[in-house]
Design a protein around this ligand. Structure first.
Ligand code: AMP
Length: 506
């Protein structure tokens, strides 16, 4: 049997292929036939480039039905899909293309100049834009070119272990790791979630998540594709659009920020949600306050689940049983999750420890980082998630924090070290610490604490504007504070917990 993920989707296409697969926010309809033909055209074009079998196709484009078609075409043609956050700027893209060495880079027409420069420098031979607006040197609209290709394509045969995608876990130069996911990783998780969340005939997914992240691409899109369900695509989350479209939908997936924003709008009410079957939250902790307020306002109980780029989904609150706020539910079928203490034994119920996981969904390792990969797996094959959690008596897991200092803001990961390095480079800065402090809207807000050199003074705005031109907006600190000294323990480590306590209410 062909283990290609696209072959699995093909087997789930509805009998009526003229039915709608994707409805865009502009009201355009893409039938299952359209998706099949358009992905065949792009798959033919990619194949005509005579790429290596494991060629990476790196993609930094705005969300659109065409972006999803490009993902499907890449998988179908047997290449490795590598999505990149649309917020990344030149220094970040240069790192990713240098590290991944993609054979093909696809970007938005408006970014062609600088993306192509990064890509060609890294040795990439083909750079395309995703719509037909651009015809610069060495460029070309991917869709224009694909239109001249046949619209049928024999899905390439793949083994379960063959690579389907690489997801970079953060944007930190030198630290960002490419998680290698196989066809089997993605297929097994999609199948488990279809059963576990009881996807049904007639389901319609309101899709407001980005397509470059595990949540929007593998959980949301793969889920709908495997169920032969229609998706309504929003280019980005917008409260008014979501409220307008919920009555035509049955399933919605979001990061916690989406839910707090919906609740902040008085127009969001039980009537808007009357036809909904399921609301799912993940990618960052959902506040119990939001969970309860949502239930009061709409009568719906949000189903919270937990997962990560390296593993796709790991645990979930039940579809039928009790969904408990503040927990991420029990391990999904086929997935093993354990919580370990410092001495390497399994923790007792409610005892806090390191979360480790194993299963068919767990990635193959970090791209070209065998040592890092070896460090993150135990001798018995469990992946160390870096999350800290505990099981309750029901067997539900709660995530209580992260062993590293990763900040999650609006569902996006920010590694403090990257921001600290940039701040420390500013003339007159002695040192800095970047922390996450609780934020009602973003979950956590990136916050910088800076020690200036003697005689130097900065304003908060000066620091923020110096950073803005270098990094994606979501990484720029929301607040900047200045202090005399950073608190340190006897080993010389900065005590970030003390900084978090001090600045969380500021
Ligand atoms: P990413 O790889 O971007 O999906 O980030 C994965 C990380 O997000 C996990 O390791 C967790 O720290 C966090 N995460 C995902 N889902 C949840 C959740 N429901 N509750 C708390 N943290 C979560």
């Amino acid at each position: 049997m062909n283990a290609n993920l696209y072959a699995l989707f093909e087997s789930a296409f509805p009998a009526d292929r003229s039915a709608c697969c994707i409805e865009s926010h502009l009201g355009q309809y893409y039938s299952w036939d359209d998706i099949d033909r358009a992905s065949a055209g792009i798959a033919n074009l990619l194949t005509s480039l005579k790429l290596d079998k494991d060629a990476r196709i790196a993609v930094q484009v705005e969300k659109s039905p065409e972006a999803l078609i490009l993902y499907l075409a890449t998988i179908r043609a047997g290449y490795v899909y590598l999505p990149l956050n649309t917020a990344y700027r030149a220094s970040e893209i240069a790192y990713f293309v240098g590290n991944a060495e993609p054979a093909v880079v696809v970007c938005s027409p408006k970014n062609f100049g600088w993306v192509a420069q990064c890509a060609f420098k890294a040795g990439t031979r083909h750079v395309f834009t995703l719509d037909d607006g651009h015809n610069g040197r060495n460029s070309g609209s991917l869709l224009d070119r694909a239109r001249h290709q046949p619209d049928t394509f024999q899905t390439v045969d793949k083994q379960p272990d063959d690579l389907a995608a690489i997801l970079y876990t953060s944007g930190t130069t030198g630290r960002s790791k490419g998680a290698m996911l196989s066809h089997e990783n993605l297929a097994s998780n999609a199948k488990v979630l279809k059963e576990f969340w009881q996807w049904q005939p007639g389901d319609v997914l309101l899709h407001a998540l980005p397509l470059f992240h595990v949540h929007g691409l593998f959980v949301a899109s793969n889920g709908a594709l495997l169920n032969g369900s229609k998706m309504i695509f929003l280019p980005k989350f917008d409260t008014a659009d979501v409220i307008r479209l919920l009555p035509r939908s049955t399933v919605f997936m979001g990061v916690p920020t989406f839910y707090s924003r919906l609740l902040a709008d008085p127009a969001f009410d039980a009537a808007a949600c009357a036809g909904m079957r399921l609301f799912i939250s993940g990618s960052a902790p959902l506040l119990t306050e939001t969970f309860n307020a949502f239930k009061r306002r709409t009568g719906h109980t949000i189903l919270e689940r937990y997962g990560m780029s390296e593993t796709t989904m790991l645990t979930s609150n039940p579809y039928d049983g009790e969904r408990v706020g503040g927990t991420v539910g029990a391990p999904l079928p086929g997935v093993q999750v354990r919580v370990m203490n410092q001495t390497g034994e399994e923790c007792a119920t409610v005892e806090i420890g390191d979360v480790q996981v194993r299963g068919p969904n767990v990635f193959k390792g970090y791209w070209r980082m065998p040592e890092k990969t070896a460090e993150e797996f135990t001798a018995d094959g469990y992946f160390k998630t870096g999350d800290v959690g505990k099981f309750d008596a029901r067997g539900y897991l709660s995530i209580v924090g992260r062993s590293k200092d990763l900040i999650i803001t609006g569902g996006y990961n920010v590694y403090p070290k990257e921001i600290e390095t940039l701040i420390d480079d500013i003339d007159g800065v002695l040192e800095s610490a970047v922390i996450g402090v609780p934020h009602a809207d973003f979950g956590e807000a990136v916050t910088a604490v800076i020690v200036a050199k003697p005689g130097k003074r900065f304003s908060e705005a000066e620091i923020i504007s110096a950073l803005k031109s270098n990094i994606a907006n979501f990484k720029v600190p929301k607040r900047v504070f200045f202090i005399e000294d950073l608190p340190r323990n006897t080993m010389g480590k900065v005590q970030k917990n003390l900084l978090r306590d001090r600045f969380q209410a500021a």
